[in-house]
Ligand binder design. Structure first.
Ligand code: AMP
Length: 221
């Protein structure tokens, strides 16, 4: 399956995408993680995206489309992927549809994780990420087993540089103006699934898996 996860910064999209991909045997492709890794490595891509990310605005569509489509066409993605953070606007959604259509494929569904604005602000303030593998944590709702260390790779947990208060505000604004219209985009194409994003990581994860499995069963009929 080709599944898109939609949701605001702080909706738990990254945490759930990683968890659900593991449980369903899909490849998790997170554009933000790919860009943060490029910045860490100090490579050409990192150099190109750093200033945009620090300001909380989107990197250019050209770059985002190029990086994500290349990853999606890798052989390990043929069994299915969860796209997390891409597409971010209609231009990217159309580029993705066109690229998949050329390979006789299509997006199966866009899963929208709905969370209230009040909850978003609360979640963003306690967020941590592994500086090595990018696994997300939260100091209250999903803390690591060992303080400041990643459960998976032992890497150091840090606050994301774009989680500073002013940058968060900008990222939320960009989300509401550029990404929210995608909810209508996928709804009009009969591909939108909505899941309540409030509750524990396990509860929300359970709801997402049930919703995806129901959709999968419908398609197999
Ligand atoms: P995220 O980790 O998904 O919250 O993304 C962090 C930042 O990476 C965003 O604020 C953007 O600057 C950049 N970014 C991630 N994905 C995209 C995308 N699909 N298009 C443009 N910029 C993106």
């Amino acid at each position: 399956m080709y599944i898109i996860f939609l949701g605001a910064p702080g909706s738990g999209k990254g945490t759930q995408a990683a968890k659900v991909a593991r449980e369903l045997g899909l490849v998790h492709i997170a554009s933000g993680n790919m860009f943060r890794q490029a910045i860490e490595r100090g490579n050409d891509l990192g150099f190109k995206v750093k200033a945009h990310m620090e300001k909380g605005v989107l990197v250019t569509d050209e770059l985002a489309v190029q990086v994500v489509l290349k990853r999606v066409s890798a052989p390990d993605c043929h069994a299915g992927v969860i796209l997390d953070g891409f597409p971010r606007n209609q231009n990217q959604a159309e580029a993705l549809d066109e690229a998949l259509a050329r390979q006789n494929r299509a997006i199966d569904c866009a899963l929208y994780i709905k969370v209230s604005n009040e909850e978003l602000t609360k979640r963003l303030s306690g967020r941590l990420v592994c500086s090595n593998c990018q696994m997300p944590y939260h100091n209250q709702s999903s803390p690591p087993r060992i303080h400041d260390r990643c459960d998976h790779c032992g890497g150091e947990l840090v606050r994301r540089f774009d989680d500073a208060a002013e940058t968060v505000e900008k990222r939320l604004m960009v989300y509401f103006t550029e990404t929210v219209p995608l909810i209508d985009y996928y709804s009009q194409r009969g591909k939108l699934l909505e899941v309540a994003g409030e509750g524990s990581v396990a509860e929300v994860g359970g709801r997402i898996i049930t919703t995806i499995q129901r959709e999968r069963a419908k398609r197999l009929k």
